[in-house]
Design a protein around this ligand. Structure first.
Ligand code: SF4
Ligand code: SF4
Length: 265
C-alpha cells in the first residue's frame, strides 16, 4: 500500500473527506481505487486560528478545531505545533515511529493550556459571526418546498456563468464522468471529476437535457449539498469552507442562496 501524508488540511477539509468516504467508500458500489488511496492516507490537520469572512463551518455543524476526522489534529503555537488529537490506530502509531524526530513528548503547562483554550474560543466566536447556525433538518425540508419556486431560483442564480470554479475548490463535490479513449490499438476507460453546473453533464445522447438551464443546474447543486445527501445519510455536503464564495467571479454566495429560502420558510 502506497503511503500518503496529507499535512496542513483544515478541519473542514477532513469533514469533506468524510463526505467522499460516504460516497466512494460505503454501500454496494465501493470504489476500490479510492479506497486503496484512502486507506494509505494519514490526515494531519491544523485548527484554524485565522478566520476569514467567508468561513462558516460552525453554521453547518463544524468548528475550526473539529478534529473528529483527522488522524492528527494540531494547533499552531507560532514556533511549534501542539498535537491536540491523535487517533489510536496502527497507521498513526507507525507514522509517529517513522517520523519520531519531529515529535517531542511534553505535558502542557497551565499557561499553554490557557493559551490553547483562548485561541479555540476566539476562533469559534469569529466564525460564528459569518453565518448563524442552520438547522439541517429544517433546511432540507425548506429546500424541498422551494424546488418549484422557479421565479426565485431564476432570480438568485442569474449571475452564474457555469464556470465551475466553485466545484473545483469544493472539498465535497463528487460528480464525475466516465470516458473512453483510443490508446494506440486499444482503448482506455477513465474516470474524471466533473461538475453538475456544466450543461454537458446532464446532456443525454438523444439531445435532451433535463437541466438545460442554469437555474436548474445550480438548484441541483444546492439541493445536493443541503438536501439530497443529508436525507440519504444525515450528513450535509457543505462543510462551510467558504472557498466557493471566495473564488466565484460573479460574487455568488451560497449562504445568501440558501438564506433566501430559509428566511421565507
Ligand atoms: S463559481 Fe460562481 S459563476 Fe462559476 S459556476 Fe460557481 S456559482 Fe457559477
Ligand atoms: S462552502 Fe462552498 S466550497 Fe465549501 S463545502 Fe460548501 S459548497 Fe463546497
Amino acid at each position: 500500500m502506497r503511503k500518503k501524508i496529507i499535512f496542513g488540511l483544515k478541519p473542514c477539509d477532513t469533514i469533506g473527506i468524510k463526505s467522499l468516504d460516504l460516497v466512494f467508500g460505503e454501500g454496494e458500489r465501493k470504489d476500490p481505487y479510492y479506497l486503496q488511496r484512502r486507506s494509505g492516507s494519514i490526515l494531519i490537520s491544523i485548527g484554524c486560528h485565522l478566520i476569514f469572512p467567508d468561513c462558516f463551518c460552525m453554521a453547518v455543524g463544524g468548528n475550526p478545531f473539529n478534529f473528529d476526522y483527522s488522524d492528527l489534529g494540531l494547533i499552531d503555537m507560532d514556533d511549534y505545533f501542539a498535537v491536540l488529537k491523535k487517533s489510536e490506530n496502527t497507521k498513526v502509531e507507525e507514522f509517529l515511529k517513522e517520523y519520531k524526530e519531529f515529535f517531542e513528548e511534553k505535558n502542557f503547562d497551565e499557561e499553554t493550556e490557557n493559551r490553547i483554550k483562548e485561541i479555540i474560543s476566539r476562533s469559534g466566536e469569529k466564525c460564528n459571526l459569518n453565518w448563524e447556525k442552520i438547522n439541517a433538518d429544517e433546511t432540507s425540508i425548506t429546500m424541498d418546498k422551494s424546488f418549484k419556486d422557479e421565479k426565485t431560483w431564476r432570480k438568485i442564480t442569474q449571475k452564474c456563468i457555469s464556470c465551475a470554479a466553485c466545484t473545483y475548490v469544493c472539498p465535497t463535490c463528487v460528480c464525475f464522468s466516465i470516458g473512453d479513449e483510443l490508446k494506440d490499438l486499444s482503448g482506455e476507460r477513465y474516470k474524471c471529476w466533473d461538475f453538475c453546473t456544466n450543461y454537458y453533464y446532464t446532456l443525454e445522447a438523444s439531445g435532451h437535457n433535463p437541466r438545460s438551464e442554469i437555474y436548474q443546474r445550480y438548484r441541483n447543486k444546492i439541493n445536493c449539498k443541503y438536501n439530497y445527501f443529508y436525507k440519504r445519510n444525515k450528513n450535509l455536503y457543505c462543510v462551510g469552507c467558504g472557498r466557493c464564495v471566495d473564488v466565484c467571479p460573479v460574487g455568488m454566495d451560497i449562504r445568501e442562496i440558501v438564506g433566501t429560502f430559509l428566511k421565507d420558510k
